[in-house]
Ligand binder design. Structure first.
Ligand code: CTP
Ligand code: MG
Length: 236
């Protein structure tokens, strides 16, 4: 256990185009709770957690504030309005963060199956290395294409990892990375890529496959099954 302080940023402002539901993904209910609540409840026992910021759409600001107050009694909680891209939503959250918190964890609102042990492992790796992310080894062979479905090459699968969240960084490094990305109009699909762009090293911490991101209708079906089935303990 460390004495370092941690803030949690949860981007929850997406529209969920690939899922195609009317209600945005984080606010869909499974087993009587929103996906966002399932996700947040995985963080309530993390030692060092000091502050939680959620980025969301304007119409969900009030209900999200209420969820945060209920789950994180005694912690500083904030809701901000997100932006067009995930990166903008996280930038807005970073801008509202207290100055003195040492580390920041970014975790997607739609990964409700992260286990607290993985969060803690990732936090400890970030304390040692400055930045660490949860990832799993690539299951399929991955092809690089030229953009028109012509295969260009096939990287060795043993070096390929699927980046998940949480992604945890020293706060000043993450702030620097976001500033540089904004200056250069660099848009990444995760936070580690902004640190890589800055020239910083980020460690991979092996997580588990249960921590998938609810993206397509099949993912939602699977999440519903996991959250309502007794067999969920057996899935790894
Ligand atoms: N997100 C966000 N702001 C955006 C886009 C995404 O805060 N402008 C959040 C989503 O709410 C989600 C997380 O980032 O919790 C991961 O993004 P993703 O799974 O891509 O969600 P959406 O962008 O909502 O889905 P899609 O890409 O299918 O539209
Ligand atoms: Mg998206």
């Amino acid at each position: 256990m460390s004495n370092s302080s941690l803030a949690l940023i949860i981007p929850a402002a997406g529209s969920g185009a690939r899922l195609g539901s009317e209600v945005p993904k984080p606010y869909l209910e499974i087993a009587g709770k929103t996906i966002l609540e399932h996700t947040l409840s995985r963080f309530t026992t993390i030692s060092g957690l000091r502050e939680v910021v959620v980025s969301t759409s304007p119409q969900y600001v009030d209900s999200t504030g209420y969820i945060l107050k209920t789950l994180f009694e005694g912690l500083k909680t904030t809701v901000v309005v997100g932006g067009v891209e995930r990166q903008h939503s996280i930038r807005n959250a970073l801008n509202s963060l207290s100055e003195d918190v040492q580390f920041v964890a970014v975790h997607d609102a739609v990964r409700p199956f992260i286990d607290p042990d993985s969060i803690q492992k990732c936090f400890e790796a970030a304390i040692k290395a400055g930045g660490a992310i949860i990832a799993v080894s690539a299951k399929d062979t991955i092809k690089i294409s030229d953009g028109s479905k012509q295969i260009v090459r096939t990287p060795n699968r043993k070096n390929l990892w699927q980046a998940q969240t949480p992604q945890i960084f020293k706060t000043d490094l993450l702030r620097q990375a976001y500033r540089k990305a904004e200056q250069d109009n660099f848009l990444g699909t995760d936070d580690a890529s902004l640190l890589e762009y800055l020239g910083e090293k980020v460690l991979l911490v092996e997580g588990n496959r249960e921590n998938f991101k609810i993206t397509y209708p099949l993912d939602l079906k699977f999440a519903e099954w996991l959250l309502t089935s007794d067999m969920k303990q057996d899935i790894k």
